[in-house]
Write a protein that binds this ligand. Sequence first.
Ligand SMILES: Nc1ncnc2c1ncn2[C@@H]1O[C@H](COP(=O)(O)OP(=O)(O)OP(=O)(O)O)[C@@H](O)[C@H]1O
Length: 814
Amino acid sequence: MYSRGTSGLSTYSRPEKKPSKNQRVKVWCRVRPTANFDTEHIELVPDGKSVNVHQKKESAKGVVNNQILDWSFRLDGIFHNASQDHVFDTVAADIVTSALDGYNGTMMCYGQTGAGKTFTITGATESYKQRGILPRSISQLFREIEERPEYSITVRVSYLEIYNESMVDLLATLPEAINQENGGSMSVAENQYGVYVKGLSCHLTQNEEEALNYLFEGETNRAIAAHSLNAQSSRSHCIFTLYIETRSRVQSNARYTVSKLNFVDLAGSERLSKTKSDGKTQQEAMYINKSLTFLEQVIVALADRRREHIPFRQSKLTHCLKDSIGGNCNTLLIANIWGEKQQLEESVSTLRFATRMMCVASEPSMNEIIDPVVQCKRLEKEIQHLKHELAMHDTLTNRSHITYDTLSEQQRYEIRQQVRRYLEGHLDEIDIINLRQVQGVFDSFKDIYVQMEKDVEERLSQKFTLIDRTDPAAIAAAQQSGLPVTDDGLLVGETDGRKEKEKETKKGKLSRQDTKSPTGGKSVSSPSHSAKGEREVKSPHPSVDRTREEDAATPASSLGGPKTDRTARASTPPSRTTAFDIFKSEKGTELNRILVENKDILASNKKTYTDLARGINHNKIEIDQCRMKLEKLKEERESNGTQYNEEGDIIISEEEFMEVKRLKELKSKYKTDYDNLKNLKAKVQYCQRLVDNCRQKLIQEFDKWYSESFLSQTEDGTTTTSMAAGHGIRPGVLPPFNPNTVPEDEQEKFDRLQMELLMNNPDSAAFFNAQHRTQRRKTYEAAMMQPQPSYRRSPGTPTISIRNRPPNMLQISQ
Ligand SMILES: Nc1ncnc2c1ncn2[C@@H]1O[C@H](COP(=O)(O)OP(=O)(O)OP(=O)(O)O)[C@@H](O)[C@H]1O
């Protein structure tokens, strides 16, 4: 850290609390060896960590100036006359190892031109011994990868140059470079894993040699650019990055680590005045100065823990380094100074930058990623495993009837029936043995509740105009127009309620079900009746009155038989299941009888088929056993020496003879049975078709009957509401059968059956597929029989949206 000289003033704000050594960026100083080391002004303290700089007052700045003259900088260490390998071992080796463990690392050199930044990062290209941190890191990385055979580690490299605020891909010349996709344009972007440069090519490297080749390729491109664009070197910032991904080979784990290792060679930091440049060089110097100033501002902001905003986006350099300075990253800064008298001011400036960097907190953390695909597979496996364990436990505790799979349509139907019976008071308890069923019961309650609410609403909407109770404007408008509004703002305007009531009394109950609405009594009686005594308000929609009149004029047996007159409907249509039962018992009796009979025949034929298939399988097993036995007997006979009779025929033992005879009989039986099976298959398929046709016909008839009896039509003749509305289909037309909509457990059941029976009869597979499809069709049709969300409104009656309702409850139309 730096301290003020006796006469100087500190110019930057300090952090509230200095981070401890282990929680901040590491900063070292490297002094370029020189014969003219300015021992008069630069004092390297023997502790190996401190530098004291003593400046002389500049007379040019006048007699009174606040120039700081004495500086004392304390860093993490100072390299003076240090060899390249010493530098690497001391500050870089650990960062490389950590990168393999999933920690990001950044090694950065800062200092004036010629102070030794490139020498420190890349080293002297002409000497292997003088190679810098970067090639040494590459060597160590691949050496350590070889020492970790239990991990699959991939390494990629990229090499970016930032020159005058534009980004250049130093590896773009390689054939496999991919930045053509962006037409060569690059930009800094961020995702959940950090910052990256869009359009920068990234190259997979298998070994040290390949990685070094990429480095040299980039260096060559940098040199070419240096000649064509700028005469001096280091007019640009360069970032060489190694991207490392480490996955365990031993554990099929969803977790793996990723890390980035950045080597940043910054442009020379000398001041503009000192460069004495003009034209293009001056512009370059301005860009460099600007970006280094922004870098310094970022460092100052990062060092100040009270600062919430860090201005990373001010320059390409700082934006690129957003996740590479401090934070969760192992960061190292090497401040390169040139210890000559002429460079004193630059050295102080570099060291000041270095001490600021020491205030930047850094708490390295591992970048662990969970692969969602692998994680899903693992969890699926675990669920399967737990299910097995539960099944075993249930077997032991005699609870083997419990399943933990998703409820099938059939199970859901049964639960719904139980809930209905429970609500009607015919059942004391609902049979629940697992959590899924609890959920199923709640779902059923919800369905019934929603249906009841809808029915009530529908009945109310025939009598009243409904407005949104949360809309004060609508309520105010209704009140202004003199219409009565209930306390909760639900109802406005009664339409001849008294007359209606009389008619309803005469009619009696219209519907056999769903009339026990918990809210029905309140909604219908209280608001309207309170208003009724004072005034009678005509419905603003005559069609409402007309429809009710027509309804009332019709005899009330709503379900006794279908009415072709649509106005003769009950006020609430029965659920589809109930209606289907009624239809079967009253209208479609004959068709249903045929269906039942056909189903019985089909079931009997299927049973015969199944038994026969089992017999064939058994027969096949016996044939195989017999063959094996014969093979064995033949081997025995041959080992004892085969004997022949006078005609030259082989003499076989009694046992072998009996086995040959048995094999013949078995084969003959197999053939006969197999032929019978084929015939039976055709028969079953035929019966199946009959049953399907019958069922189809029954459903069509039912749909027709149901829509004629209970569903409304709009003035243009189209049916607006049907029990199939929830499925988006027209009433009276069964939607095309889609096997994919049938629950998967049915599929599994049939697959199992098929596997069990058809081990040796592949010919029969086609039949079972057909049978399977039929079964799935049945399940689908059963599902279609369940009550679906529906509502009905009289033609011309405006419906007004009521908020906070499930979306399928009301359609908005005026
Ligand atoms: N520690 C050192 N030991 C030996 N030679 C060094 C050392 N540091 C720098 N040099 C030499 O000094 C010269 C300039 O060094 P280098 O190019 O690394 O400086 P730089 O800071 O990267 O400059 P620029 O900003 O211009 O790129 C080189 O010839 C290099 O070999």
